[in-house]
Design a protein around this ligand. Structure first.
Ligand SMILES: NC(=O)C1=CN([C@@H]2O[C@H](COP(=O)(O)OP(=O)(O)OC[C@H]3O[C@@H](n4cnc5c(N)ncnc54)[C@H](OP(=O)(O)O)[C@@H]3O)[C@@H](O)[C@H]2O)[C@@H](O)CC1
Ligand SMILES: Nc1ncnc2c1ncn2[C@@H]1O[C@H](COP(=O)(O)OP(=O)(O)O)[C@@H](O)[C@H]1O
Ligand SMILES: [K+]
Length: 442
């Protein structure tokens, strides 16, 4: 099992830094050392150019340059201007080499970007942005300190054009941008430098789940019954049902008006939906539902936990309808906007607002999937392969979450576990996978 790693927004990071017992000077020394060591490990000793900005991200750069030079690397520094914090000024005063002007500096094989980190508030000046892009493109290996300059820490937005990096060294904790699009796509490998900050909080990167073990005296119903409501296009719910069966549910049942072909023989097809059957561990409605809002209504009459996906999300109408439902909602961006409207803020803030409005656990899917709970927790998915973008993988995820819920995990934990397991299954399935292959990897 890998632990959940904290994710701190810029303001929370500043609070955690201020609370660090070692003091800010030592924090910057540790950040600079972590950066220098990570760059050396990744690139080996090669001539480096460190770009230093005006704030503490620049301060980290002065420290890293000094330490790289102490280890025998030929290092140059180019700065966009004078440091404007005491910490950065102190770090610069310990550098006794020349400092070049950013717009005149020739490139080097190793480029280390310490222009801006969590303090970026607006687009880079055009000359600074152009120099950064030119120097990154002319390097062999480009490393970003904390964040690539131009990336907004909390939203993952690019406030100005940002070149692609090979390595990003996050200090103390991941920031939302390390796990949000578009920023995360251009960071290369992301590593975390431990600078001694201990700040567990309600936002984290989802780690490997601990799944309930199968009791020695288990029977099929104690392992969890998933009941799926089939709609107009039964192929989708069939995928969900298979995924549920292979995610450890002891019994998977589909209520359907017509027999569904291609299902494993172990999946039981029934004509009527006893949605209040106390044996049901989790109901699943939505995949392939089509224009049958009455099946969502039926699911909402049930007192059992439920996963609401796909077409069913479009039939909800008013998020408040889900209050008290013990539901997990799994919208992609289109379904999300249809139900919740165009919410303001970052993707994380939108997911939280949606969870609060609906009282449901919201799995806001995409290349940067988030799991938000009405109690304020957010799990950020670790990167998953882009080949998940193929029809039916969302149906598989819904079936996985339903099974994990039926096996006894609480709604938020089941959703986080499903998202993590889906990503790893996709890695094993490989780039040519279709949704059916994903099920084979569960
Ligand atoms: N605090 C700590 O103890 C530790 C912090 N650490 C490090 O510090 C980083 C955060 O440092 P930071 O807060 O100084 O912000 P940073 O990203 O360097 O830049 C902000 C400066 O840039 C300016 N500015 C902003 N946007 C701009 C623009 N587009 N174009 C031009 N200027 C712009 C802004 O000025 P202003 O907007 O006020 O004009 C401000 O002066 C963090 O990522 C980590 O690397 C580590 O060392 C661990 C210890
Ligand atoms: N570019 C991507 N990178 C990683 N995962 C992705 C990407 N695009 C989509 N996914 C994942 O694939 C699944 C697609 O689900 P969804 O859009 O509901 O498709 P469908 O309705 O066809 O099943 C989601 O789990 C989503 O997070
Ligand atoms: K940076």
């Amino acid at each position: 099992m890998t632990a959940h790693r904290p994710i701190l927004a810029a303001a929370a990071m500043r609070t955690a830094e201020a609370a660090a017992t070692c003091g800010l000077t030592e924090l910057m020394e540790r950040a600079g050392r972590g950066l220098a060591e990570a760059a050396l490990r990744f690139a080996g000793p090669m001539p480096a150019l460190v770009l230093c900005g005006p704030g503490n991200n620049g301060g980290d750069g002065y420290v890293a340059a000094r330490l790289l030079r102490e280890r025998g690397c030929p290092v140059r520094i180019a700065a966009s201007g004078e440091p404007n914090t005491d910490l950065a000024r102190a770090a610069r005063s310990q550098w006794n080499g020349p400092i070049e002007a950013l717009d005149e500096a020739p490139p080097a094989p190793l480029l280390i970007d310490c222009l801006f980190g969590t303090g970026l508030k607006r687009a880079l000046e055009v000359a600074v942005s152009e120099a950064l892009i030119t120097l990154v493109e002319a390097s062999h290996i480009a490393v970003a300190a904390d964040l690539p300059s131009g990336v907004e820490a909390d939203s993952g937005a690019r406030l100005s054009p940002v070149p692609d990096f090979d390595l990003t060294v996050a200090f103390g904790a991941l920031k939302p941008a390390h796990r949000l699009m578009p920023a995360m796509a251009g960071m290369g490998r992301v590593v975390l430098a431990d600078i001694g900050i201990d700040a567990p909080g309600p936002w984290f990167e989802i780690g490997e789940p601990v799944l309930p073990s199968i009791a020695p005296d288990a029977h099929k119903f104690s392992r969890g019954l998933v009941h799926c409501l089939a709609g107009e296009m039964p192929g989708a719910i069939a995928l969900s049902a298979k995924a549920a069966a292979h995610s450890g549910a002891g019994y998977v049942r589909i209520s359907t008006s017509l027999p569904i072909a291609g299902l494993p023989l172990s999946v039981v097809q029934v004509g009527d939906a006893q949605v209040n059957d106390p044996k049901i561990g989790c109901l699943l409605v939505g995949p392939g539902l089509g224009k049958l809002p009455q099946l969502l209504t039926l699911a909402l009459v049930s007192h059992r936990p439920k996963v609401i996906d796909a077409d069913a999300i479009g039939h909800i109408g008013e998020p408040g309808r889900l209050k008290g439902q013990d539901a997990v909602l799994t919208p992609h961006a289109g379904e999300f906007e249809r139900l919740f409207g165009a919410l303001p803020g970052t993707k994380a803030e939108q997911a939280l607002a949606a969870a609060e409005a609906s009282g449901a656990v919201v799995v806001f899917k995409g290349p940067d999937t988030l799991v938000a709970s009405p109690d304020g927790r957010i799990g950020f998915a670790p990167p998953a392969p882009a080949w998940l973008a193929t029809a039916g993988t969302g149906d598989v995820l819904a079936g996985m979450i339903a099974a994990l819920r039926a096996r006894g995990l609480p709604a938020f934990e089941a959703a986080c576990a499903g998202v993590w397991l889906q990503g790893r299954a996709a890695e094993r399935a490989g780039a040519s996978m279709i949704a059916d292959d994903l099920v084979a990897q569960l």
